[in-house]
Design a protein around this ligand. Structure first.
Ligand code: FES
Ligand SMILES: [Fe+2]
Length: 379
């Protein structure tokens, strides 16, 4: 769900078609998306503190895989996971240690420095026609932002341009936050089904009872005041959460000190959604932040991951009740996951060819246009 604040209604003036059914299960369509979308855009690889000095982590993206090496100085560099000798994997485990200086191939011991330059051919002595300088590792673009690591497989990555929702994250202490809880779940749905569900709240009254109680406007099936036919800009904005609630927690209270630098408007928003297609969205609350990311494993299988981030002093509070925080959004995510799987099963019907979007589904329409635009050069 995205929140926005244009002065005029964002509702669509028509009911456009959805994507064709095969976009959600066809193998050829999935392969085209892997190449045109997942291999060409910035994909979330994790929080910076998940990369430990002197380790190499392997990360799968778009059917390829990448190693991220973290040296003694916490500097991160990413390479395709293939040796220039005969192509062996440099890292076969999820994570492995190295000495912080040389990335060594486990097959015949070719070694590369942290810049990816080939420095040793192990036990083999090449003849003069072999130029070491031409046999460095293949680099992968790496971008650090707000304590997060993003990778892009493209030779020429696009600009890193998250959709910042209502408020940029500038006033959230993103670099200081640490991961307090992780939820991982495999969903039996196409990755786009999950994004579509994220991009509308028509399902909220029926699917999310607890969330709709917490966020009154969701009871109307809309995401923001601007979508409400009765709202005009001169009325100002309604409080995002129900009376006395401060955050998305089971008891509605902030789980620790509120982030000190937020503006009154940022506090009132209560849940600022930042969207980074195709892999990630971030929900920034007044007291904690949640990062939700997805990895398509197959046309109808998507790996979902959610991370809850806190100030260290919040986690260190005596008697800190982590479940009071994590249970709330876990319930929402599991409700969404079940809805997505229900959607996936139904759109496999032999009679279903294509859906129709409602005016409130303007963000889904924008998402579809983004997907088709990305695929266009590859049709
Ligand atoms: S394949 Fe890597 S050293 Fe031979
Ligand atoms: Fe939802």
């Amino acid at each position: 769900m995205n929140v926005r604040s244009p002065e005029s209604s964002p509702l669509l003036g028509h009911c456009p078609p959805s994507l064709p059914a095969k976009a959600y299960y066809d193998g050829a369509w999935f392969d085209r998306e892997s190449m045109a979308i997942w291999a060409r855009n910035w994909v979330y690889a994790g929080r910076i503190d998940a990369f430990r000095p002197r380790t190499i982590r392997r990360i799968d993206i778009a059917g390829d895989n990448v190693i991220v090496a973290c040296d003694d100085n916490n500097a991160l560099r990413a390479y395709f996971n293939t040796c220039r000798h005969r192509g062996a994997e440099l890292c076969s485990a999820h994570q492995q240690d190295y000495n912080g200086r040389l990335i060594r191939c486990p097959y015949h011991a070719w070694a590369y420095d942290n810049e990816g330059a080939l420095v040793s051919t192990g036990y083999a002595t090449p003849t003069h026609d072999f130029d070491k300088a031409l046999h460095g590792l293949f680099p992968v673009a790496l971008h650090q932002w707000n304590g997060c690591v993003f990778l892009c497989l493209a030779d020429t990555p696009p600009p890193f341009e998250p959709d910042m929702g209502v408020a940029a994250l500038d006033n959230w202490p993103m670099d200081r936050l640490v991961t307090g809880h992780i939820l991982e779940k495999q969903l039996a749905c196409n990755w786009k089904v999950f994004w579509e569900n994220y991009n509308e709240c028509l399902h909220c009254p029926g699917i999310h009872k607890g969330l709709s109680d917490m966020v009154p406007i969701y009871r109307k099936g809309i995401m923001s005041d601007e979508e409400d036919a009765d709202w005009s800009a001169d009325q100002g904005h309604n409080a995002a959460l129900k009376d006395d609630a401060r955050s998305w927690t089971v008891n509605g209270q902030a789980c620790g000190p509120e982030f000190p630098d937020l503006t009154p408007r940022e506090r009132a928003i209560a849940h600022n959604f930042v969207t980074i297609y195709p892999s990630t969205y971030i929900v920034a609350h007044v007291d904690y932040v949640r990062i939700v990311s997805m990895t398509p494993l197959a046309p109808e299988i998507t790996q979902l991951r959610a991370e809850w981030l806190f100030l260290p002093e919040t986690l260190a509070q005596a008697g800190f009740d982590l479940a009071n925080v994590t249970d709330f959004a876990t319930t929402v995510l599991l409700e969404d996951g079940a809805a997505c799987e229900m959607n996936q099963r139904g759109l496999k019907s032999s009679r279903f060819e294509q859906g129709r979007l409602m005016p409130q589904e303007f963000d889904i329409h924008a998402f579809h246009k983004w997907v088709l635009n990305q695929l266009e050069p590859w049709q």
